[in-house]
Design a protein around this ligand. Structure first.
Ligand SMILES: Nc1ncnc2c1ncn2[C@@H]1O[C@H](COP(=O)(O)OP(=O)(O)OP(=O)(O)O)[C@@H](O)[C@H]1O
Ligand SMILES: [Mg+2]
Length: 381
């Protein structure tokens, strides 16, 4: 092998390792992606060797050895790259108590026991010159319904987008605590891991369902992460072996249970796009709940609902809280907010202007001036 050959080989290996490791988050992920890379290299090696056979009359015998050598090299370089670069990044957001406790004034376990579920600390989100969220700090407690209210453009949806990973905040910390003391630094986590690992789920201000899929299928898609673990590389799922049928059965049962709770079981096989507006809103909530979140973020769930549907929504949200899932609620309907919230945070122009119980917030002159107005204050009471 000449020096040039070695350089070319190293560049090739680095490129392959980059592709394998780029979006992987676990050793298992690297192993599966490595398999795909080795299969691709095997096909290329086979075609290359066939070409050599035709041109030079050599034999195919060396293919196995070549592919095995490539496999060893690809896996060695990929695992080394994963351990050196990706794993430390992952550890930063999955910091367990012993790592974080040393730097924190109160231990994580104490914070978790104290009932803090979400801690928003000095959150700022800038879009060019606009500060949509400006040095916002508040705490949402475990088992509470915490409402975030404020006039249009106050920055409420932007806060949700930061918490659920749709936006990366300009600055600030977002900590989600599980009861076992694990702290998730949401501002550092990739968006899809926030729902899957940190267990924070959301609904959208403008409904985002898969309109062409059935109601039940929408709920199964939400459980994709859990189902994928049991597919046996896809082959098990196709052949009906591995744990897939059992996992699929459990996913369908969970979906049916939530459809029952939101009153949509009779529409399970209808296209989601054919449901009335209020039912689509309930389906979005059921879809989020199928991911078994510890924090459910609802962006204006009562928008467009009639009074009877609003009342049903209140009951549904109280039922969800009773089942141990805390709720962060953006809502303009003060009937819903004042009746079911335990704690309210009021935003105006990206800043917090009030924070307290419904009674405190309703009586706060700043909130009345900026948002509620005199008439609505009476109405909300
Ligand atoms: N992706 C973005 N790019 C630029 N500006 C944005 C972006 N997202 C939000 N904004 C701006 O940030 C500000 C806050 O918007 P946001 O949607 O968070 O308000 P909101 O409180 O949810 O309002 P509403 O009650 O009307 O839903 C607005 O001025 C909005 O135009
Ligand atoms: Mg909004």
């Amino acid at each position: 092998m000449t020096t040039l050959d070695i350089v070319v080989l190293l560049v090739e290996l680095a490129l392959i390792a980059f592709l394998v490791v780029r979006n992987a988050h676990t050793f298992r992920g690297v192993a599966l992606r490595g398999l795909a890379a080795v299969a691709t290299v095997a096909v290329i090696t086979f075609l290359d060797t066939c070409y050599d056979c035709v041109i030079t009359g050599s034999r195919l015998a060396t293919i196995g050895k070549d592919v095995a050598t490539w496999a060893v090299e690809i896996y060695a370089v990929s695992f080394a790259a994963f351990a050196a670069f990706r794993l430390p990044a992952r550890q930063r957001y999955l910091a367990r108590p012993p790592i974080v406790m040393a730097a924190e004034p109160a231990t994580i376990a104490e914070v978790a026991q104290d009932g803090v579920l979400l801690e928003v600390d000095n959150l700022t989100m800038r879009f060019g010159g606009l500060r949509a969220v400006d040095s916002l700090s508040f705490v949402a407690r475990r088992g509470d319904i915490t409402a975030v209210i404020g006039p249009n453009g106050a920055g409420k949806t932007t806060v949700f987008n930061c918490i659920t990973g749709f936006y990366k905040p300009t600055s600030g910390k977002l900590s989600l605590y599980h009861t076992d003391g694990t702290r998730f630094a949401l501002e550092l986590m990739p968006g899809h891991r926030i729902a899957a690992v940190a267990k924070a789920a959301r609904t959208f201000q403008n409904i985002r369902l898969f309109a062409g899929m059935t109601v039940l299928e929408n709920l199964l898609v939400a459980q994709h992460n859990g189902l994928m673990r049991h597919t046996g590389l896809g082959i098990g799922a196709v052949l009906g072996v591995s744990g897939y049928p059992r996992a699929e059965g459990a996913a369908i049962e969970r979906a049916r249970a939530w459809l029952d709770r939101v009153g949509l079981i009779a529409r399970a096989d209808d296209p989601a796009g054919a449901l009335p507006y209020g039912a689509q809103r309930r389906l979005e909530i059921a879809r989020a709940m199928c991911t078994e979140p510890v924090l459910l973020c609802l962006d204006e769930p009562a928008a467009g609902l009639n009074p009877r549907e609003s009342e049903e929504l209140n009951r549904l949200l109280l039922d969800i809280r009773k089942r141990g899932c805390s709720i962060l609620l953006i809502e303009h309907d003060m009937g819903v907010v004042m009746r079911i919230s335990d704690h309210i945070v009021v935003l105006d122009h990206g800043k917090k202007i009030a924070d307290g119980t419904p009674a405190e917030v309703r009586a706060d002159p700043t909130v009345i001036a900026a948002y509620l107005g005199e008439g609505e204050e009476d109405e909300a009471a």
